[in-house]
Design a protein around this ligand. Structure first.
Ligand code: ZN
Length: 172
């Protein structure tokens, strides 16, 4: 099955701002979607990608904190749930759906996520540091929320105003 790079939606597209639905059947289409997500993430390049970012409102994300340098770092999560979180980290964060903008976001230092792999088996993965941050960021995507929504007041307004200006002038 040939995978392909799918276009990544940007801030303002409704799929990004709505809750995604659980996958009920691991069909060939889902398998293809996951392969496409992996290829699209690596091509971007990025360290995580949620299905909603390519316009599919299903609860699936892929992550790889090594951005493809270490094959063992690839994580596939179908119907992911947050099991536990611990601690706090405050780092700069960006998003493939909000290109050109970064902001400091506080996230748990560790988190455990449980979901299904491509074989339909349940797996639980503990992430620390960057992987914990990616987990939170991708789960937010599946809940229709972007990292911008975690920013407060003026910081968020400034970025949203700039994006709206880009949208008005057709540069977004
Ligand atoms: Zn993102």
């Amino acid at each position: 099955m040939l995978s392909m790079i799918r276009p990544i939606l940007r801030y303002g597209d409704s799929v990004l701002h709505n809750q995604a639905e659980n996958v009920t059947d691991l069909t060939l289409d889902i398998e293809k979607l996951v392969e496409d997500l992996i290829e699209t993430m690596y091509a971007a390049p990025g360290v995580g990608l949620a299905a909603s970012q390519v316009g599919v409102p299903l609860r699936i994300f892929v992550a790889d904190p090594s951005a493809g340098r270490n094959v063992n770092d690839l994580v596939i999560m179908i119907n992911p749930e947050l099991v536990t979180t611990e601690g706090i980290q405050t780092e700069d964060e960006g998003c493939l759906s909000v290109p050109g903008f970064n902001a400091t976001v506080s996230r748990p230092l560790r988190s455990v996520v449980r979901g299904l792999n491509l074989e339909g088996e349940s797996h639980e993965i503990e992430g620390a540091g960057l992987l914990a941050r990616i987990f939170q960021h991708e789960l937010d995507h599946l809940n229709g929320s972007l990292f911008l929504d975690r920013l407060r007041g003026l910081k968020r307004q400034i970025i949203v105003r700039k994006i709206n200006k880009l949208r008005r002038t057709g540069k977004w």
